[in-house]
Design a protein around this ligand. Sequence first.
Ligand SMILES: Nc1ncnc2c1ncn2[C@@H]1O[C@H](COP(=O)(O)OP(=O)(O)OP(=O)(O)O)[C@@H](O)[C@H]1O
Ligand SMILES: O=C(O)c1ccc[n+]([C@@H]2O[C@H](COP(=O)([O-])O)[C@@H](O)[C@H]2O)c1
Length: 251
Amino acid sequence: MTGSDPGSDPGRNRSGNVGCTLLLGGSFDPVHAGHVALGSTFMALLGASELRVIPTVPWQKSALVATPAQRADMAELAFRGQPYRVVVDRREIERGHASYTVETLRELRAELGDDAPLCFLIGADQLARLDTWRDWRALFALAHLCVAARPGFSLDGPGIPAAVAAEFAARRAPPEQLCSQPAGLTCIAAELAMDISSTRIRTALEERHGEEDAGEDGKDHRHNTGGPIPGVLPPLVLDYIEQHKLYKKYN
Ligand SMILES: Nc1ncnc2c1ncn2[C@@H]1O[C@H](COP(=O)(O)OP(=O)(O)OP(=O)(O)O)[C@@H](O)[C@H]1O
Ligand SMILES: O=C(O)c1ccc[n+]([C@@H]2O[C@H](COP(=O)([O-])O)[C@@H](O)[C@H]2O)c1
């Protein structure tokens, strides 16, 4: 586990209560500006003391491109320099098998104690699929659930399974309430509008490299030309992708 920008006392939040930890799990293949915005938005909204970023080995997604260690390294780079405490927690990629969030939350609850506020962050795409998660109803006894808007996905209406919508609505609370109790509430950041996805970034990078490779002067054009995606990838992550020759069709 590694941290960056320890900031002030990680054991306490702004109100001086027991530390309030936000959890951002993801495949991060690669991590992008939407993930950073998701973490930053809720850090500000909730007044939390720490963001714990948890790269996963997902059971619902096949064939990731970068290795687990590379995805964790990129997560560290993406959040470097944020004005709040960030810890990249590698437990899920060290488990040796695909992870269920409920398992991770049980571990964290045992480590951090019954009183520690824990808030799991997701985007609207995962809200629409929450009822496919392992033991999803058990999540609320372990953590709060915070959902951010995402272009192309709705936060309510027919896209959200009825059982999820009902559970979510019954637990809805003002954001400032979440850090004063351990688990069981939900909140929404409806204003996030980052139209970014890892899949689209991988496709854009593959296409860019394909075009560079097609030079007719016999020279190797496979280098970083500044990228077709400024603002979408944190600069240190783009550098890492180039150095490790990730997301190239011809690898
Ligand atoms: N642009 C975004 N806005 C809000 N939430 C996002 C955004 N991108 C990802 N998330 C959320 O971040 C978490 C991790 O996402 P993940 O690593 O799967 O990236 P992704 O962009 O969703 O990947 P892919 O496009 O390959 O499905 C998920 O909860 C997801 O909903
Ligand atoms: O626990 C589950 O069954 C489950 C199913 C799908 C996704 N998740 C978690 O949701 C987070 C985002 O997942 P993903 O696939 O969008 O990268 C990540 O922490 C996953 O472990 C968890």
